[in-house]
Write a protein that binds this ligand. Sequence first.
Ligand code: HEC
Ligand code: HEC
Length: 452
Amino acid sequence: MSILWMQRGWRASLAMSIAAVSLAACQKPVPSTDTVPAAVNPAANTVQSAARNVATTAASAHSVKMWVRYPQPNQSLSPIAVLGKQIFFDKSLSASGQMACATCHSPDHAYGPPNALAVQLGGVDMRSPGTRAVPSLRYMGFTPKFTRHYSVPSPDGVEDEGPTGGFTHDGQVDSLHEQAAIPLLAANEMANGNAAGVSAKLQKTGYADQFAKLFGADIFNRPEAALTKATLALEAFETEDRSFQPYTSKFDAAMAGNVDFSAQELRGYTLFNNPAKGNCAKCHIDIPGPGGRPAQFTDFGFQAVGVPRNPEIAANHDPRYYDLGLCGPARKDLAKETNFCGMFKTPTLRNVASRQVFFHNGRFHTLEDMMHFYAERDSKPSKWYAQRNGNTLPYDDLPAAYRANVDRVNAPFNRKKDDPPALNDEEIGDVIAFLKTLDDGYSTQSGAKRAE
Ligand code: HEC
Ligand code: HEC
């Protein structure tokens, strides 16, 4: 496997240089070790003032305030998006009559799961379990198409960041409309089986006339076309409706210079960026992207993080079953690329604190547990992985042959057995305080202050 893309990115080092400079802005020496100043000079306790210093201390950097361009408040939805909104919330489009897209992707939970189930139940009788945790549908807009070799410009030319992009945890589809057909048809989700099933249900809805007006009077005689149009309508809703990309978090307000982080949030932000500590920003990028787009908190890349096997998933009761992400079984085309086995897409961390399930298999249910796993994965393996004959099976949700794919290069994954954890309990608390600033709903407008 190419070391080059194991160590994803100069983009993330840029994030680090900002964090380093923000410390410089606190008139403390830039830490080259694991220590972060415990007390931060309150006068300099703002990203904005840190950013101002970025402009003066780092020749190539700009102020954060200048970088972020929040999208304009949207105009009204197009007619096809209005239709898509009705489809998204319509339970009558499922075989059970009890399940809509919104059942799993709850608008009250950042379009993520409304409960703590690792996987949801669906199907004709609403008792068929899924195999993966439900992702948030917010901030999908900049997802690139899937590619095995994602090239980004780097100071030395072009860098290969490895497999990147696509929708779902394994990047198997390249568009939101292709994606939407999956749950409409899947036996353990909306369970329509085929296009005719979907078309027949659409024809009985209150918006059937509107559907026919937009797509032709004979549309329901052409079930394949009706299914495609329904998925295009869902795509339009997910793309146009502002609720899918509000950018109303405290983080956004801080980046726009409208609010200060608390001292604890600022410590968490620094640990998040520090390559020797959290190193989170290496993959969950927290600086604006091309064109000044707000930070997406993902590089859309794939990594094997070695999440422990989750006994809450019914499919895992069969010891021969493994969800290997990029190399199958859900995705078929990369089955032979065994160096991809165990890799899943890096999710955005926006709204992560509103979730009750973490990672592709929903193995963790609190941010505390999830963070302790990251900090202690290799220093205390027996805490996380199954035991056999008194030995720990490292990375126990992967067959032995693929365990070498797990990232052991990047902090916080670079510890050895019995090393101190990458982050101690206090630091974990700080990172969680920062993660909570990523929840939308702090203000009513993108990048704005909270209304008093
Ligand atoms: C039974 C629960 C359930 C229902 C109902 C459901 N989904 Fe999902 N959705 C999931 C799960 C689980 C995944 C992850 C799938 C995977 O990785 O294979 C997902 C993934 C997605 C993604 C990919 C997100 C990303 O960033 O990669 C989109 C988009 C999506 N769903 C849209 C929809 C739409 C539109 C509908 C309605 C037509 C819908 N979903 C219905 C559970 C559900
Ligand atoms: C080397 C890249 C990398 C680094 C470094 C990294 N992550 Fe992740 N993160 C991932 C990937 C990949 C996943 C998805 C793994 C999976 O589902 O199997 C993930 C998943 C997560 C999730 C689960 C989110 C969800 O919606 O289920 C959280 C929370 C998270 N990371 C937080 C962090 C924090 C905090 C740090 C720093 C302490 C960090 N990550 C460092 C790549 C990384």
